[in-house]
Design a binder for this molecule. Sequence first.
Ligand SMILES: *Cc1c(COP(=O)(O)O)cnc(C)c1O
Length: 387
Amino acid sequence: MDIKTLDHQYVANTYKRFPVEIVGGHGSIVTDRDGKEYIDLGSGIAVNAFGMGDPAWQEAVIGQIHKFQHTSNLYYTEPCARLAQMLCEKTGMKKVFFSNSGAEANECAIKVARKYAAEKKGPDYYTILTLENSFHGRTLTTLAATGQDEFHRDFQPLTPGFVHARANDLSDVLEKAKAHKLAGIMIEVVQGEGGVITLEADFVKGIAALCQKEDIVLICDEVQIGNGRSGHLYGYMHYGITPDVFSTAKGLCAGLPLGATVLGEKVENVLGYGDNGSTFGGNPICCAGAISTLSRMDEALLAEVQAKSQYIVETLTGAKGVKAVSGLGLLLGIAPERDCATVINECIEAGVLVLSAHGKVRLLPALNIPMEQLRKAVEILRDVLAR
Ligand SMILES: *Cc1c(COP(=O)(O)O)cnc(C)c1O
């Protein structure tokens, strides 16, 4: 049986896969079963920050595999402690809880907000405000946080205590903050899954001011836009705000599962012994990979991300067949005049992998994609969009 048939027979039906079986890759080039090469503008949904098989990343990960692979969180390990130090020193935050995914990182952020508010203001201050059209994960609690009804329909009852306000509508946020006893407000500064919607600066600053004034825990979900993708180390830095908590995952270890909930001064000691835990969280191989990844996200790389972003935006804005270009850094959304699925399939046929998000073509290339490959891929995309 070929792999596609096997997959359809034995893997749960949750994913509508593109008709491509990937067998290998190098950098931003991936190869399918037939030996066809593609330029990858998706990077495994923002995970492969340095593309496929990056040598420095491989060396860090394989080096740790040769030492030991796992200890459990009952023991101290150097990669975990050093990565936590690095995350704090690069952001000014104070402590880190490690998990395995974005959803878990958000669950921890929500627990922190609820415990902080319960202790500070009382047990009825448990509601978390999130935005319509957001995406925060697939667990029942992070689904409740996700402000998109179509994800909720078949899984009721979800965790109670979530309320959604309209993105980029500060008066709606202020109204709902008055009507509910809030523990926290959680935002993605660019709503990735929701269609690459960038939050406006006044809106984000307004939320930060509200959180400060009312002592509400401000959580930034940096799972997709974080780790250099915005052209800043974390997306919130673009706005000049400081969250109390940020969560991240996807690109953090550039290809292995690692989630992190990063705590600022206000909440650094909210979690005590036994308040959270994870068997795999902070795995030494993943942490060694993340140390390598984060140590390369310096000013030079971030400037490169911004320059590549500018190239894509300038090339596609106003191009034939393009309604609009949105996003930040190397998380960009192209609203096509033609049907989005058709555009994506024609790109794949032409040798370029792109993703979708709410009717837009979503681009999430590796941060280090060579300019020559990016140029070639964007020209193909431009031609497909113009058909
Ligand atoms: C992908 C994503 C998540 C969920 O991450 P998982 O690792 O799939 O659990 C949460 N928030 C945002 C913004 C995401 O893009």
